[in-house]
Design a protein around this ligand. Structure first.
Ligand SMILES: NC(=O)c1ccc[n+]([C@@H]2O[C@H](COP(=O)([O-])OP(=O)(O)OC[C@H]3O[C@@H](n4cnc5c(N)ncnc54)[C@H](OP(=O)(O)O)[C@@H]3O)[C@@H](O)[C@H]2O)c1
Length: 430
């Protein structure tokens, strides 16, 4: 039998099934030199070829190849994958071409990789000098970071930007920054592909998310999350809630940890009232939700411009204040806690009750206000996971995104307008 198969297996498209499960469409193409084989011969050949071959199916979400997925009981009309959650149907579509339709019933079960498939270099965004977005360069041959004993290597599926990324790039934290050149990015969601010898709880194939730099300003990671791979301490990561996708997960870590830490430091608790300045931003949108669903606020007020007032209400604000029309500091009502994400510390202290707390994330601080810099910890994410899994707390992704990896400079420029709604996310990352 002389028939040759030019492209033995080739994924030509990835589609979503109506039930939201990924669908792989594979074309097995016969070499043009061998025309018009008998139908029976072709069927027999197909069966032989498929049964003796391992098909590498690339997971559409993670871009990873599973370790073992092959057709092991080929029938012309129905083909079974060896890994349990998959099934496929093989159809002949014309005389030279066969299609295999395969649907994974459980996408995460398909995600696995081996450390042997980790390349030595990767694509990443990098800068070698401080400055505007123009210093950001796309580099296809950045060394994949080595992991230490307490770290895991994460194949990055999605990342998110934070104002600290551009403030750092502008050189505002030179004194305590890591050396240049640096790959920016704190927030990551991805898949563990390698674990260090002291790693206890995570394993290859785990889907994780986190803020990869324990201290945002004090020696942040030199090789951040805007890359195909990043090395992260196990303690900074948590398992990704199964009900949210990688882009949503990447939108959370630094912002939700900041929201949570600020509320804890302010001693916020059930029955207290809060005013959130900048309620539509990355941090503010989560402060509103955590105050309501995690801490049990009695009343939530928040500020934004006119077009975002409805969003504030949908997140849980009882009172949405349009800062273009009203001065919150002139309102007669005062609050137990004022959480300032904007840099209005002088006005914030006028809106707090006697004995209350004022959390200030940026700008000048006046008593009784206090400022802090977030500490990344996977524990906080693990504590908050049930609220994400129940859908009470929802990731808020700016509708202009997610931005593909090729558009990181556009994403930065947008974030730097200070008008983003929720989080600016980068996805997919190849
Ligand atoms: N200390 C820390 O640990 C820490 C941690 C995280 C963030 N931060 C800092 O906190 C700040 C906020 O971070 P972020 O990620 O939330 O930023 P962000 O998402 O970029 O904030 C953008 C939002 O700010 C709102 N905004 C701008 N001016 C406003 C005003 N005068 N009143 C009310 N809302 C206003 C905008 O809404 P409109 O379009 O409606 O104006 C927009 O939705 C940044 O300076 C960041 O560096 C500090």
């Amino acid at each position: 039998m002389a028939t040759k198969w030019k492209h033995f297996s080739k994924v030509t498209c990835v589609r979503q099934l109506p039930n939201n499960k990924p669908k792989l469409h594979i074309v097995l193409q016969r070499d043009n030199r061998t025309e018009q084989k008998e139908h029976q011969q072709t069927c027999a050949l197909m069966e032989t070829l498929i049964s003796s071959t391992t098909l590498q199916l690339r997971n559409p979400q993670t871009s990873l190849f599973p370790k073992t997925s092959h057709f092991n009981s080929p029938a012309f009309s129905r083909v079974q994958f060896s890994s349990k959650p998959c099934f496929g149907v093989l159809n002949r579509c014309n005389k030279n071409c066969f299609k295999v339709f395969a649907a994974s019933q459980s996408a995460p079960a398909e995600v696995s990789t081996s450390s042997s498939s980790i390349p030595s270099t990767m694509k990443a965004w990098i800068y070698s000098e401080y400055g505007g977005v123009e210093v950001l360069k796309f580099d296809e041959s950045v060394a994949v970071p080595e992991i230490s004993d307490d770290q895991v290597l994460v194949k990055v599926v999605a990342a998110a930007l934070n104002p600290v990324d551009f403030k750092r790039r502008l050189g505002k934290f030179k004194a305590t920054d890591s050396p240049l050149p640096t790959v920016p990015g704190y927030d990551v969601a991805g898949v563990v592909v390698k674990v260090g010898s002291q790693v206890k709880n995570l394993k290859e194939g785990d889907e994780v998310y986190g803020d990869i730099s324990e201290k945002a300003l004090d020696g942040p990671k030199q090789f951040g999350s805007l890359a195909e791979y990043t090395a992260v301490e196990e303690k900074l990561l948590a398992l990704k809630p199964k009900n949210i996708d990688f882009a949503q997960a990447a939108s959370l870590p630094l912002a939700i940890e900041t929201a949570n830490e600020g509320l804890e430091r302010a001693g916020f608790s059930a029955g207290k009232s809060i005013l959130v300045l900048g309620g539509a931003g990355g941090v503010g949108s989560l402060v509103i939700q955590l105050a309501k669903h995690v801490f049990g606020a009695s009343k939530i007020a928040a500020t934004s411009s006119t077009g975002k007032l409805e969003l504030l209400k949908s997140l849980g604000a009882d009172l949405a204040i349009d800062y273009t029309k009203e001065n919150f500091e002139d309102l007669p009502e005062k609050f137990d806690v004022v959480y300032d994400t904007v840099g209005q510390g002088d006005k914030a202290v006028k809106a707090v009750k006697e004995g209350g707390s004022v959390v200030v994330l940026t700008g000048a601080v006046e008593p009784p206000g206090f400022r802090f810099v977030v500490t990344s910890t996977g524990e906080a994410l693990t504590k908050l996971n049930p609220f994400l899994e129940s859908g009470k707390v929802k990731p808020v992704i700016d509708p202009k995104g997610p931005f593909p990896f090729s558009q990181v400079t556009e994403a930065f420029s947008y974030l730097e307008t200070n008008r983003a709604t929720g989080k600016v996310v980068i996805h997919p990352i190849p």
